[in-house]
Write a protein that binds this ligand. Structure first.
Ligand SMILES: Nc1ncnc2c1ncn2[C@@H]1O[C@H](COP(=O)(O)OP(=O)(O)O)[C@@H](O)[C@H]1O
Ligand SMILES: O=C(O)C1=C[C@@H](OP(=O)(O)O)[C@@H](O)[C@H](O)C1
Ligand SMILES: [Mg+2]
Length: 205
């Protein structure tokens, strides 16, 4: 999982994860709770393009959508201080992943059954057209390592209602209670100490 290199100005948290993870829904709930603005790069892209996402895919193709998406993410990371939800495929762009390295990023994790049930009730997603179960599984297999790479926290959403996911996310972002000792093996320093200790043992042999 990523360490936030330099939080600086920018979103309080950026939500990533596959379609149906609840990024848009939970992002809005969390922003209401914190009393901050919510932004979703899919909505930004639709505004810039002047048409819905499925129409962008059909009229202009996925590469054009991805170019708009990279620009929308870059603009939002630079100019939005609240909660930010990305589209599920934004992390596929290496330049976008590089930008995300400087921000707190939460990966909302979800299993196939929940995700497909959720998106089945929702607006059309061009990448899931045809066989949503098979397409979702393929997307997630490709992207899981990328979600894990950019994430500074991971929240499992299985069996949780959106309000409960927002609770879990707020708790994860707050971190351990003030004054609590760091959990053993939880930080890079622990890993370094463990590595030093191991190196010492190696030298003794
Ligand atoms: N934890 C959840 N439990 C049940 N339904 C959910 C949950 N999170 C989101 N949904 C529903 O699933 C659909 C997709 O959610 P959305 O927030 O658009 O996901 P994403 O932005 O990650 O693709 C919406 O209809 C939403 O109401
Ligand atoms: O997974 C993807 O590649 C996409 C996910 C969608 O957003 P959500 O993840 O919010 O559904 C949207 O950006 C577009 O349909 C492409
Ligand atoms: Mg969304």
């Amino acid at each position: 999982m990523a360490e936030t290199a330099d939080a600086g100005p920018g979103p309080l948290v950026v939500l990533v994860g596959p379609p149906g993870a609840g990024k848009t829904t939970v992002g809005l709930l969390l922003a209401e709770r914190y009393g901050v603005a919510f932004r979703d790069t899919d909505a930004d892209i639709e505004r810039v393009a002047g048409k819905p996402i499925p129409d962008i895919f059909v009229d202009d193709g996925e590469p054009h959508f991805r170019a708009l998406e990279h620009q929308a993410v870059a603009d939002a990371l630079a100019g939005h201080g609240g909660v930010l939800a990305l589209g599920g495929g934004a992390v596929m762009d290496p330049a976008t992943r590089k930008l995300l390295a400087a921000h707190p990023v939460a990966f909302l994790d979800v299993e196939l059954a929940d995700a497909v049930r959720r998106v089945g009730l929702d607006a059309p997603r061009p990448l899931l057209v045809g066989n949503p179960r098979a397409r979702w599984r393929e997307l997630m297999a490709q992207r899981r390592p990328l979600y894990e790479e950019v994430a500074t926290v991971v929240v499992a959403t299985a069996g949780l209602a959106p309000e409960q996911v927002a609770d879990a996310l707020a708790a994860a972002l707050a971190g351990p209670p003030a004054g609590a000792p760091p959990a053993a093996g939880s930080g890079p320093a622990d890993n370094e100490e463990a590595a030093d200790e191991q190196a010492g043992k190696d030298q003794e042999r």
